[in-house]
Ligand binder design. Structure first.
Ligand SMILES: C=CC1=C(C)c2cc3[nH]c(cc4nc(cc5[nH]c(cc1n2)c(C)c5CCC(=O)O)C(CCC(=O)O)=C4C)c(C)c3C=C
Ligand SMILES: [Fe+2]
Length: 429
């Protein structure tokens, strides 16, 4: 490991590592014996071992990395528009992106000799800011937006039936500058420089073919996607991701996350083994929240703040009892609590794999932080999962007083690649 890698690991507060694979994650990912329970207070006795921050995650596999891969700490997400009308240019870019992404996720430069190997008279083929840094758990996940399947590239017959623009929801305050996109790239890593480097180099390769439409940086994952991870906290200070789908639940993933071979997708079976991604930029009015009583905060979420236990229970992973009454006869978990409305028992069994990040993008110019949750969730069919769930939340969630959805997009993320395959092959078949 380089000096740069060591100092970054120290900055991130990681102790020694031991190679223990996370079963069922679809990736070989090492975990350390360090504590991932967070800086404050004593480590929770239930905290699982931490993930090694500098390990490489395999790029190829049945499913794309970056979905059930244990959520890394940092995100750089970018939505892009295709600016060429030349189908072959787009296909060639997807092939080039595959090569560069595979190299970068292994901790290498975007192209062999990328830093200086091209000599003094050519622009380098790697921008250089991650040179000497370890792979840092980098995953690069690609997705295709509904607009890619219009008439520009002859892809209309390939559009999966489940890939449709999301409907408007009550309370939406969507900013067109943070909405939509022909393509997306989700780069996650345990070092922000590595994630940003990956996106920057893919965008560089796409010059003249794609242009950035909008992007989002994220820090502090707001979900666990593996039982090997401790549950992190969101910008409201609550544990977020407790009752998430996890890598160790293959049956749940097959039912709720992966597109099945017989799913009625339209456009052929090329999405089998893939997943749909919904992205929502959700501003959280932290100043209002911070003046709200603890009781009100806990009632709004439906869990207690310290342990993350469902109200009326004592431990984080206790099952919520929605019938339970408080001593005063009111429901222990209020009728408009977030976890009641989002729970599968109130949504005819619907679940999602949440993989969001905190963000703080400076201030809004009138004295408030522009902070929130960049909500990312993977699912088998947005129309049958995200849409009814968000409709239920938009209608009655007590959280709505404190949040505002101002960005939105949906993408079809194809299945993983076998050796020798590249992105776009199945799309353009
Ligand atoms: C449409 C889906 C969801 C949106 C949008 C959403 C926004 C959002 N959530 C929190 C904080 C928490 N959410 C929690 C649980 C939870 N949230 C969703 C879905 C959406 N959240 C689901 C499906 C669940 C699980 C419900 C269950 O089965 O119990 C929790 C509790 C801990 C946990 O289980 O993760 C918190 C806290 C915020 C702040 C937010 C928007 C900014
Ligand atoms: Fe939530």
């Amino acid at each position: 490991m380089t000096d740069g890698g060591l100092s970054r690991r120290r900055l991130l507060g990681v102790s020694g590592t031991a190679a223990v694979a996370v079963a069922g994650a679809g990736t070989a990912y090492a975990v350390s014996r360090g504590d991932d329970a967070g800086a404050a207070g004593a480590p929770s006795p239930t905290a699982a071992p931490a993930l090694a921050l500098d390990a490489a995650v395999p790029f190829r596999g049945e499913h794309q990395a970056g979905i059930v891969t244990p959520a890394q700490d940092r995100l750089h997400f970018v939505a892009l528009d295709v600016v060429t009308t030349d189908r072959e240019q787009l296909r060639a870019l997807l092939e080039q992106w595959t090569r560069a992404a595979e190299r970068m996720t292994a901790g290498a430069e975007a192209a062999p000799g990328g830093l200086v190997g091209g000599g003094p008279n050519r622009a380098p083929e790697d921008t250089g800011e991650a040179y000497g840094l370890p792979a840092s758990g980098l995953t690069i996940t690609i997705g295709y937006g509904p607009s890619l399947f219009d008439d520009r590239f002859g892809l209309a017959p390939r559009r999966p039936a489940a890939l449709r623009e999301l409907p408007a929801f009550t309370g939406d305050q969507l900013d067109p500058r943070r909405t939509g996109g022909d393509l997306c790239i989700q780069a996650c890593a345990n070092d922000p420089q590595v994630a940003v480097h990956a996106v920057r180099n893919l965008v560089r390769l796409g010059f003249g073919v794609v242009a950035v439409r909008w992007s989002q940086l994220g820090f502090g994952r707001t979900s666990s996607t593996s039982t090997a991870q401790a549950t992190p906290r969101n910008m409201f200070g609550f544990k977020d991701g407790t009752n998430n789908l996890k890598a160790e639940e293959p049956e749940g993933l097959a039912q709720h996350v992966w597109v099945g071979p017989d799913d009625e997708t339209g456009g052929g079976a090329w999405m089998a083994g893939g997943s749909y991604l919904v992205a929502r930029r959700i501003r959280m009015h932290v100043e209002v929240w911070d003046r709200t009583s603890l009781q009100e905060q806990e009632d709004v979420i439906g869990r207690d703040k310290k342990e993350g236990a469902p109200l009326g229970q004592t431990k984080e992973f206790d099952a919520p009892d929605f019938a339970r009454k408080s001593p005063d006869g009111t429901p222990a978990i209020p009728m408009n609590a977030h976890v009641r409305l989002a729970h599968e028992s109130h949504l005819r069994g619907i679940r999602l794999l949440r993989r969001g990040y905190n963000f703080t993008d400076g201030s809004d110019g009138v004295g408030h932080l522009d902070a929130g949750l960049f909500f990312l969730a993977y699912m088998r069919d947005p129309g049958r999962q995200f849409v009814p769930m968000q409709r239920a939340l938009a209608k009655a969630d007590g959280l709505n007083e404190y949040i505002e959805h101002n960005g939105s997009a949906v993408f079809a993320c194809p299945p993983g690649l076998a050796d020798g395959e590249h992105w776009g092959q199945a799309l353009f078949a």
